[in-house]
Design a protein around this ligand. Sequence first.
Ligand SMILES: [Fe+2]
Length: 287
Amino acid sequence: MKSRLDAARAMLATPLAEPGSGRHRYGAAMTFYNAGLIGADVLEVYRTCANLDAEDPAAIMAERGLPDVAAASEDPAQKIAALAEAADRYLGTLPGPGVAEVRAGLAAVRPFAPHPQPVSPNPVVDAHLQTALDLLENTHPALAAAIAEAAPHLPWVTYDAYPRDLIGDAFATGHAFASIVGEASAIQARDYDLGLFLIAPRVLYRDHAHAAPELYAPLTGPHGWRFGPGLPMVTKPAHEPVWNDPHDPHATRVGDVPFLAVFGWTRDVNVPAYVIAADDWAELESA
Ligand SMILES: [Fe+2]
């Protein structure tokens, strides 16, 4: 995934006048365009130069006041804005309750002008994100590319506010989330949160609830879900969204592949979530 964009960067540097180099550069630019890293105006320059191997697209862009494509594709703010766009486009393809509310929150903060923050590496992301993106790339290559590009610049957190004895060690050390749009995020929004959520394979995110209405848009699957302690788990495939009304209990049992989702909280984001006891966690966690 990452390597496709790296390969595109290398291809942009093909020497001018090398036979076929114009088409190679256009192909590379298309990869950046599909990942949301350059605009249609920049892509158009590469298109017009596709059969003109000696023509320097950078000179034409400078003449037109367009951003240098290589520089634009390396800018963390641009990558985060591109991810917000890609997530919004993806949500727009989904059915069901909550999608419109989450998208309305995004519409309220357009145009996206991210201020990336200092971030630190997260071991759960290092261990599992690439596996999830390799799967996602098969069906949603542009979204997968946008996530791969922005992920190193997102404030990934392994949440520690749940009591450890209630939430269990496997979840406590086996998940990470990153806000993209929210109160302390690169893209600021009040009482709203949109981001990515990652959980290691075969981890049970035990029954819990919160005041915030919540959308999950799972990018991988299948995973198990239930909406009340003690109820049987139901299996849902990737791209089948889940909407949780305020204080509705829910639990997720991650399948054999890492759980990766876009999540949205549309209000009450500062009210802490709480675990709801169930007597079958041990059984579910050993299954
Ligand atoms: Fe939740």
